[in-house]
Design a protein around this ligand. Structure first.
Ligand SMILES: [Zn+2]
Length: 143
């Protein structure tokens, strides 16, 4: 399979996933979705914007942010709260946790079965737990 054929396959797959999430596939949305969904990865809005512009797309920061927020609200991607300084977007929407390497900024997936919670507070009356976010911050060991 040639590189262009496989990127076309990725774009087609992205359009199907967008349709499944009820997102109208405009050219710009498909471009952003393809960039993010082509492989399992974590990207900040800034990285996505820089990558789009590097590939020659004329796209505004507001459009990228609005598109990412739309994707996240429809469940196409997952927005992560990692350190409060920037929004990260995860192409993997299946349940999982994260390691966050504070020095490099890298996010590494942690499978759910690798974590066990021994006790959680009862949710307030009238509510139930929808999900748990866990970010384990990493630093280099002092040698
Ligand atoms: Zn992840």
């Amino acid at each position: 399979m040639s590189a262009s054929a496989s990127s076309e396959a990725v774009a087609t797959n992205c359009q199907q996933r967008m349709a499944d999430c009820g997102i109208r596939p405009t050219a710009q949305r498909v471009r952003i979705a393809t960039l993010l969904l082509c492989e399992p990865q974590h990207l900040s809005a800034e990285q996505i914007l820089a990558s789009l512009r590097a590939s020659g797309a004329r796209v505004s920061k507001a459009t990228v942010y609005n598109t990412l927020n739309l994707f996240a609200s429809r469940g196409l991607i997952r927005q992560l709260s990692v350190d409060g300084t920037r929004a990260w977007f995860d192409s993997n929407v299946d349940a999982h946790y994260h390691f966050h390497d504070v020095s490099s900024g890298a996010l590494i997936d942690v499978p759910v079965p690798d974590v066990e919670f021994s006790r959680l507070p009862p949710p307030p009356p009238g509510t139930e737990v929808e999900g748990i976010d866990l970010v384990i911050r990493l630093r280099k060991k002092a040698s």
